[in-house]
Write a protein that binds this ligand. Structure first.
Ligand code: GH3
Ligand code: MG
Ligand code: MG
Ligand code: MG
Ligand code: MG
Length: 297
């Protein structure tokens, strides 16, 4: 059940809205802007119903702060207000509101409009998930990785912090498919993804599936030696844990290994992430050439 946050100084309005919406949604509320902002940050509601005239921060000031914080800027906001001039309405949309409802309102219309916004929010979430989470492995997608890499790269330049990229590739994966079939291959891929994820540090464990059986493992803030150590753990974890039982339960096990190539850099403005990625790729190629199941850093 989606959560809707009502920010309104009138207790009467809160009760009224709660009455008409609580059958379909989890309703939370705040009677002033500051509290509302705090709650929005912590509970991440799917929609905010925002009054304009309130003591303390008014609706527009709340809106401005919602938009300024990355935790809340995605949350759709509906203004629900007694102010009924067109200039204010226009300003509300200009500030990023998704809707503007005048008081006194018709309960059924409010319900219908809220339902529309909640549905749009659901579709957006669904699309984001499809775009950013790989269905087979649950890891991040290539698209997510490209966005994430450029953000972290910038962060590392600004803060003079090391950035590490490991490119991992399953060894002789074609054989797994050829021997056991594509379906078993898929199960192995997903098992390898899990093992890699568990072998990464809990608080620094970004992994994306870039395509096929190739993965990017990104570490921010780890020194070179430590990054290399982590990658070796990942490589060993995959090599040591029996990966998958054929058909899910037979005695026969499918074991695979991975090779990882990578590098660590404290990037400056002059460095390019593409050139750095090319180095990691080259290291992977070397790891393959030197017999696989190893890390070259
Ligand atoms: P190497 O050690 O050199 O990496 O050998 P390899 O066999 O792993 O490399 P190659 O690039 O020749 O083959 C990769 C194989 O991965 C070929 C392709 O069929 C398989 N593959 C790619 N994506 C998927 C997938 O989503 N599911 C399954 N089951 N197989 C996949
Ligand atoms: Mg008010
Ligand atoms: Mg290959
Ligand atoms: Mg491979
Ligand atoms: Mg490959």
């Amino acid at each position: 059940m989606e959560t809707i946050l009502i920010i309104d100084d009138s207790f009467f309005n809160i009760q009224l809205l709660k009455g008409i919406l609580q059958k379909e949604y989890n309703i939370i509320y705040a009677d002033e802007g500051k509290k509302g902002l705090e709650i929005a940050k912590h509970t991440q509601p799917s929609l905010i119903l925002l009054d304009i005239e309130m003591p303390g921060l008014n609706g527009f000031q709340v809106m401005e702060r919602l938009q300024a914080a990355k935790e809340t800027q995605q949350i759709p906001v509906v203004f629900l207000t007694g102010v009924d001039d067109t200039a204010t309405e226009e300003k509300a949309f200009f500030c990023g509101a998704v809707d503007y409802i005048r008081k006194p309102f018709c309960c059924n219309v409010v319900c219908a409009r809220v339902r529309t916004h909640i549905n749009m929010f659901r579709y957006r979430k669904m699309l984001e998930t499809q775009m950013y989470i790989d269905v087979l492995t649950g890891l991040y997608t290539r698209k997510h990785c490209i966005d994430y890499t450029s953000k972290q790269w910038k962060y590392c330049i600004e803060n003079k912090v090391p950035f590490s990229l490991g490119v991992a590739d399953i060894d002789f994966f074609k054989r797994v498919n050829d021997t056991y079939g594509h379906q078993e291959g898929d199960r192995v891929l997903s098992a390898v993804a899990n093992i890699m994820k568990q072998a990464m540090p809990e608080e620094n464990n970004y992994i994306a599936r870039m395509g096929g059986e190739e993965f990017f493992l990104i570490l921010v803030g780890e020194k070179r030696a430590s990054a290399c150590e982590i990658m070796k753990n990942v490589c060993n974890a995959v090599g040591q844990k029996s990966v998958c039982k054929v058909g899910g339960n037979s005695e026969e096990e499918i074991r695979v290994t991975i090779s990882i190539g990578g590098s660590t850099i404290i990037p400056s403005e002059r460095d390019s992430v593409d050139a750095f990625t090319a180095i990691a790729d080259k290291m992977l190629y070397e790891a393959k050439g030197k017999g696989r199941n190893q890390v070259i850093w």
